[in-house]
Design a protein around this ligand. Structure first.
Ligand SMILES: [Zn+2]
Length: 295
């Protein structure tokens, strides 16, 4: 089994406006499709950066060249004025992504707020965040969005239960090794969970001697033929300064015989055979704070 399920996270205004079209071009060139998880409300990611201004974060900024990834305006976005509404401005980008055959998923209404607070929100607040995003995406796509991905892989049992009120067929809310049905409070939830199995660019870079020159070698070395691989790229990174590198990555994995599919296709293939499983919150290499990891 040589499969890579491709997930594209879109966190910011700039990533949507510039990164998504660029990635669509690259994917088209290679004849592959993926799942785009859009953030459609205000872009307050600047707040996120300021909030994290502490030594370990500064080190990460240096490792990953955040200004190069996100652009200089990200630093100000959402700090002095309300961030721009991403979806409203970039409806055509979302439409064109769908029309190109990619799967459209829900990432966040307010990515910054969700990443910082989603797990501590009340159920009503969690539902409000999802309501706004799904309503917007339904308006743009003219259909129901069947998948979601929690920002920053911050997920707990309550959020999984709130998601059950929505027509999601599968979600990608954690890190791990293989798709599973989450068991929460002794009950198996019927929304399949598809964990991300590979590191992201910002996690891998600068660790264990990984740099831009050997990044693709490192990523390809982590692929397995035992199980489906699930890769997350970011519109801000692989659709920006890492675009040529990602283009080369696709050349190489295709030459190695890997098939690249959207997460919905993987869900379809494994939904009848996926086991039950659990997730826990813990620290993760290359990330701030805790995130949800398959047990
Ligand atoms: Zn994100």
């Amino acid at each position: 089994m040589k499969t890579i399920a491709l997930r594209i996270d879109v966190d910011t205004y700039r990533g949507t406006g510039r990164g998504v079209p660029r990635l669509c071009e690259i994917l088209k060139k290679h004849g592959v499709r993926g799942t785009f998880y859009f953030s459609v409300g205000p872009d307050n990611m600047g707040r996120h950066l300021w909030r994290l201004l502490k030594p370990s974060f500064l080190w990460k900024m240096l490792r990953t060249d955040a200004a190069g990834l996100y652009g200089p305006e990200i630093i100000l976005m959402g700090t002095a004025w309300p961030g721009p509404k991403i979806g409203k401005r970039f409806r055509p980008v979302i439409r064109e992504t769908m029309d190109a055959g990619h799967e459209i998923g829900f990432h966040a209404w307010d990515h910054h707020k969700a990443q910082a607070k989603l797990m501590s929100m009340s159920e009503a607040e969690m539902a409000d965040e999802i309501d706004r995003g799904l309503a917007f995406l339904a308006g743009v796509t003219g259909g129901i969005v069947h998948t979601s991905a929690a920002p920053g892989w911050r997920t707990n049992a309550r959020l999984l239960e709130v998601k059950m009120r929505y027509p999601f067929k599968y979600n990608s809310d954690c890190r791990g090794t293989h798709p599973f049905y989450p068991v929460v409070n002794g009950k198996r939830l019927e929304q399949l969970q598809i964990p991300v199995t590979l590191p992201t660019y910002d996690e891998a870079l600068g660790r264990d001697g990984v740099n831009d020159a050997n990044y693709n070698d490192h990523q390809i070395g982590l692929l397995t033929e035992e199980r489906p691989n699930v890769l997350t790229i970011h519109a801000e990174a692989e659709g920006g300064k890492c675009a040529a590198m990602f283009d080369a990555y696709l050349d190489r994995v295709k030459a190695l015989g890997y098939e690249i599919i959207p997460l919905g296709e993987l869900a379809r293939r494994v939904k009848d055979s996926a086991p039950d499983g659990e997730m826990e919150l813990r620290e993760f290499p290359g990330r701030e704070g805790v995130l949800a990891v398959q047990k």
